[in-house]
Design a protein around this ligand. Structure first.
Ligand SMILES: Nc1ncnc2c1ncn2[C@@H]1O[C@H](COP(=O)(O)OP(=O)(O)OP(=O)(O)O)[C@@H](O)[C@H]1O
Ligand SMILES: [Mg+2]
Length: 264
């Protein structure tokens, strides 16, 4: 398919998602701009992961449309959808590496699935990704259980990057990391965006991440996106959930930390 890179990489219009009687999204509009790091926040169970799965094409919308670079997913051929899969990388909530496989084998999974490359070349590509995410070379032959939490996140990221995606989806990438590990991971995301020209959608509860690396932030509340804007503007939004979320003591601490960094 011809991809028009001037169009929004991914967009949903008037999305409805439901499981039985449980309506998760209704009249939801959402767009990720080219080259941006967009943070997605919302309460637990508000439907962030379901939205991400819908954008990934893993869940069919129950109403509304999904567009990739301006083209309606429902009008694409099976082959075009397959090639779209190749430009999307994902780090699922919780990471989910296969515990019986080494780091290198985990990273080779998407290559095996989507390419016909010779195995030695796949190995080489996997090792390049290991290097790119800042893991030591010897991590290639380690099993997930041999890794620290932060290293496991990096290994999951390396797998998400295996096919050199244009679009990267991250679901709570810094959850469970200590503040130093989390901010190193944030920096890595920034560097990779630069190096690979990525567009990134990141679901996160991490206020520091929102403040330091997200260009814009979307708020999922009341089954739809209430606002997408720069963080200072989002914080002015009157919705009570937004006010509580960004007005709490943890948010204030993150803002103050940001101010400190800016002033020094
Ligand atoms: N496969 C499924 N079958 C039935 N209900 C589901 C399924 N997946 C998600 N849901 C429901 O959809 C709603 C939104 O879930 P989702 O996982 O998207 O929340 P979330 O915003 O990602 O929450 P968290 O921050 O805790 O990860 C929840 O009510 C959940 O129970
Ligand atoms: Mg979730």
């Amino acid at each position: 398919m011809e991809i028009d890179f001037s169009k929004a990489p991914v967009e949903v219009k008037n999305l409805r998602s439901q499981f039985g009687d449980n309506i998760v999204h209704e009249s939801l509009d959402f767009q990720v701009g080219s080259g941006e790091i967009l943070g997605l926040v919302g309460g637990s169970g508000s439907g962030k992961t379901v939205l991400m799965n819908t954008l990934l094409g893993l869940k069919e919308p129950d109403g509304g449309d999904v567009f990739y670079f301006g083209q309606n997913r429902s009008s694409l051929s099976y082959k075009d959808r397959q090639s779209l899969n190749n430009i999307m990388g994902v780090l699922f909530q919780g990471g989910a590496l296969f515990s019986s496989m080494t780091v290198r084998q985990n990273i080779m999974i998407p290559l095996r699935e989507h390419t016909d490359l010779p195995v030695p070349l796949m190995r080489e590509l996997a090792d390049m990704k290991i290097h790119m995410v800042g893991l030591p070379a010897h991590a290639a032959t380690l099993y997930p259980s041999d890794l620290s939490g932060g290293m496991r996140k990096r290994a999951g990221l390396a797998r998400a990057l295996a096919l050199d995606p244009k679009l990267l989806f991250l679901d709570e990438p810094t959850a469970g990391l200590d503040p130093i590990g989390a901010s190193a991971f944030d920096q890595l995301i920034l560097d990779l965006r630069e190096a690979m020209g990525l567009t990134i959608l990141m679901i996160t509860h991490d206020l520091d991440t929102l403040f330091t690396i997200c260009d814009r932030v979307s708020v999922l509340v009341d089954k739809h996106i209430a606002i997408t804007d720069t963080l200072p503007n989002v914080m002015k939004h009157p919705h009570p959930w937004v006010q509580e979320y960004f007005g709490g003591p943890r948010a204030r601490a993150a803002i103050n930390a940001g101010d400190g960094a800016g002033a020094s």
